[in-house]
Write a protein of this length. Structure first.
Lengths: 256, 525
């Protein structure tokens, strides 16, 4: 029943790779609505300890609030910037001492200034809901258990994965990650193996894919995460043939 | 578009013919299909003069949402074909529209259903707190009990899906989400109605076959429905569905208490509270619910439903205690959890055709927790893995259950050992299995008779292990999982008394430990 996922900054052993700094072995901390995660240099009383001299002992606190989250800046002098990595520079500033500032992005990166370094903490809010029907929100209507934002990059990745099967070959092999990168590059020049793989991992979180056989390190891995994502997406019509337009048209400016 | 069908999922012109039926006025629409009144133009034996036609747009000319609609239509037709009960709306026939000139209707599935006068939703709109509310709730509950005792889960109980007949009685309808139970749970498409969804399903994981649902999900929805009918408010606070959803999560996590409306009469308060228990294991069983609802509503006991309730014996108290213990632990499990991110995707190869995929799914099911190359029969993997996951005790793992099945029977589903009174893949003794065979924690009325199928044996084994796990004293020598296995063979008291595996069972425990190691994937050891 978690609603917010926090990905701590890479430690010195982690190598920095790509836009999303996607070291997939980094731990993720899942917060349920109402749960608080204090962070700071001190290992005492901080759910997330950041071992860096430039970070305050008690630097701040992240609190999950249902589908969104709030940030408290407990430092004395530093302003924290919360960026939307897909938002073309969209960001908010949370000044020192500000408590419970709401953050509206589905993906966020808190940038902590720390003695010349900038430490990113990623926060995902995968429970963001999107309008499904023109009638709007109604607690009495039967609705799918998940909703996706068709302007986000993860949707383009999902569409690219589903494309061969939507084009009429129900058992077509899925594109490889490299093929997805090639497919998306015309409208997403920065696409890379790492960023596409990051989006695939995020989709598994967003669609609440049951961690299944693909988490195996042994045995045949014929039924990977991509396969599960595509079968779920097609089964519940998350991607339809007319959605394949996202592959040939740039997504709306808001998503860039 | 026909007048009056604006916003309808399927628009059908008045006078349209489907088989012997002529469409009249629109009745209602749901998210997936639309219902029209129809009269029978070619009267035939067994068909009424008028009926309700439910159109589900499953044709290829339908522009959107084709895949899941077919599945939903098949579910509903399947349930009606296999199940007729007095409190479930009746289906007379299912037809397919063959009309190339109307591509938006061509291929649509049409269910010819008993005609109702209205629904609980329209009644509540017209008159909140209806005087016949308690009686209607009792009839609704009777419908649920009929469905559950036949082995099905409704999956989408809400006022719009309780229909009111001409004589004023209530019947359940709308079985798009209904699913037949496989052991303790069923798989339903991942759709739900937020205000009636139990907290454990709100953000539940969704696997290859949809999401797991138990009869207790319908019991939760009944609790919400009863509160709404009797007080005209939802039991969880909040002005919007998402505020109520978050309140539900806080309640389920134990950070908030349930505050039911003071308007709720005392007897109903207890019933609603027992329906809205935090976890599915704590919720009241459907049969007990029906008995209490009928008492409270002052309606006579339903004569049609077999009485399944046995007298509560000493052991059933133990079972309830077990459920309470499980709950205490699951409360803790909702804390902050840290986990390593997923590894990358598996192969770059495509899947084969559908049946092969099914085989592959079985062969690699739960491979992260149960090795695929050590001879655990693929056919039992989903059952072993899912049953272990049903238990919140972290020591009850797929590898432990597989190791025990190996040692107990060498995965022999037909094992029969009358000398020791043990049968089936998990070597259940019938009089012991009786306490664990039912998923709702209630003792079976009679001692079950062998043969015991794996679908009965394995989930029951998980339930028993889950009860044992918290009873093994901390600090005993050896792997707790092996102690749990030894307690399955003998009893948890004997293991605690011996402060470890009793000598008589050391050989058994050693063999379980051996296979436990063998079946556990490398990084889990």
């Amino acid at each position: 029943m978690y609603s917010i996922i926090v990905v701590p900054p890479p430690t010195t052993e982690d190598e920095h790779s790509g836009t999303y700094s996607a070291k997939r072995t980094r731990p993720q901390i899942r917060l349920a609505p109402g749960e608080r995660l204090p962070f700071g240099r001190s290992a005492n009383g901080n759910g997330l300890a950041i071992a860096h001299e430039g970070v305050s002992r008690k630097a701040g606190e992240i609190t999950a609030q249902g589908a969104f989250w709030v940030l408290s800046n407990l430092s004395a002098h530093q302003t924290y910037v919360v960026e939307n990595p897909e938002g073309a520079g969209e960001h908010i500033k949370v000044g020192p001492g500000r408590l419970d500032a709401p953050v509206p992005f589905e993906f966020s990166r808190i940038v902590l200034p720390a003695a010349g370094d900038l430490l990113p903490i990623e926060v995902w809010a995968p429970r963001h809901d999107y309008l499904r029907s023109p009638e709007g929100l109604d607690g009495a209507t039967t609705t799918p258990a998940f909703s996706v934002d068709r302007t986000k990059r993860y949707f383009a990745v999902l569409a690219a994965l589903c494309e061969p099967r939507l084009r009429g070959e129900p058992h077509a092999p899925l594109p490889t990650v490299d093929q997805v990168v090639e497919r998306l590059r015309p409208h997403w020049p920065a696409a890379s193996r790492t960023s596409v793989q990051w989006n695939i991992d995020y989709l598994a979180v967003k669609l609440r894919l049951k961690p299944g056989p693909d988490t195996a390190d042994t045995g045949p891995r014929l039924n990977g995460k991509k396969e599960s994502l595509v079968s779920l997406a097609l089964r519940f019509d998350l991607v339809r043939e007319d959605d394949l337009l996202v592959l040939t048209e740039p997504a709306s400016r808001a998503a860039r | 578009m026909t007048e009056g069908t604006e916003g309808y999922a399927v628009s059908v012109p008045k006078g349209y013919r489907v088989g012997p039926w002529e469409v009249r006025d629109p009745i209602a629409t749901g998210a997936f299909g639309s219902v029209y009144e129809a009269r029978c133009a070619q009267p035939r034996e067994g068909l009424p003069k008028s009926a309700a036609l439910k159109f589900l747009p499953t044709g290829t000319g339908t522009p959107r949402q084709l895949t899941h609609l077919r599945e939903l239509a098949e579910r509903e037709v399947e349930l009606h074909r296999r199940l007729t009960r007095p409190r479930l709306i009746r289906m007379f026939e299912a037809l397919t529209v063959d009309d190339p000139d109307h591509p938006e209707l061509d291929g649509a599935t049409v269910l010819v259903l008993e005609r109702a006068e209205g629904s609980m939703a329209t009644l509540l709109d017209r008159s909140p707190h209806p005087p016949q509310g308690p009686a209607l709730l009792a009839q609704t509950c009777e419908g649920l009990a009929q469905l559950h005792s036949a082995g099905w889960v409704h999956g989408d109980l809400k006022p719009a899906n309780v229909l009111l007949m001409k004589d004023g009685s209530a019947r359940l309808a709308d079985f798009n989400m209904a699913a037949e139970l496989e052991g303790t749970h069923a798989y339903t498409p991942a759709f739900s109605t937020p205000d009636y969804t139990p907290p454990e399903l709100l953000w539940s994981e969704i696997g290859e076959r949809g999401r797991q649902i138990r009869p207790s999900a319908d019991v939760w929805a009944f609790g919400v429905l009863a509160h709404l009918v009797l007080t005209d408010t939802f039991p969880l606070p909040g002005g919007t569905p998402s505020a109520r959803r978050d309140a539900g999560v806080r309640y389920a996590r134990g950070t908030d208490e349930l505050r039911l409306s003071p308007q709720l009469p005392d007897g109903w308060r207890e019933i609603v509270r027992d329906c809205l228990a935090r976890t599915h294991t704590e919720r009241i069983s459907t049969e007990t619910l029906l008995r209490r609802v009928e008492e409270e509503a002052g309606t006579s006991r339903s004569p049609r439903l077999p009485r399944l309730r046995a007298r509560r014996g000493r052991r059933s108290t133990l079972v309830l205690a077990a459920a309470a213990a499980t709950v205490a632990v699951s409360g803790l499990a909702y804390g902050i959890t840290t986990w390593a991110g997923d590894s990358g995707s598996g192969s770059e190869k495509g899947a084969g055709n559908a049946p092969a995929t099914e085989k592959v799914v079985q062969a690699s099911y739960g491979a992260g927790e149960l090795r695929t190359d050590k001879g655990v029969p693929a056919v039992y993997r989903p059952l072993i893995v899912d049953s272990a996951h049903d238990c919140v005790q972290e020591d009850v793992t797929p590898a432990l259950m597989a190791a025990m099945l190996k040692v107990e029977s060498d995965f022999d589903r037909d094992l029969s050992d009358p000398a020791n009174d043990e049968y089936g893949i998990a070597r259940w003794t019938p009089r012991v299995l009786r306490w664990w065979i039912r998923s709702d924690g209630v003792t079976a009325k009679t001692i079950p008779e062998p043969p015991f199928s794996p679908a009965e044996s394995i989930p029951a084994m998980s339930r028993y292990l889950c009860w044992i796990a918290p009873r093994i004293d901390a600090g005993r020598d050896g792997d707790r999982r092996v102690l749990i296995a030894a307690a399955y063979r003998t009893s948890y008291e004997k293991v605690n008394d011996a402060a470890g595996v009793p000598p008589k069972y050391r050989d058994y425990a050693a063999r379980v430990a051996h296979y436990l190691k063998e079946y556990t994937p490398a990084e889990k050891k």
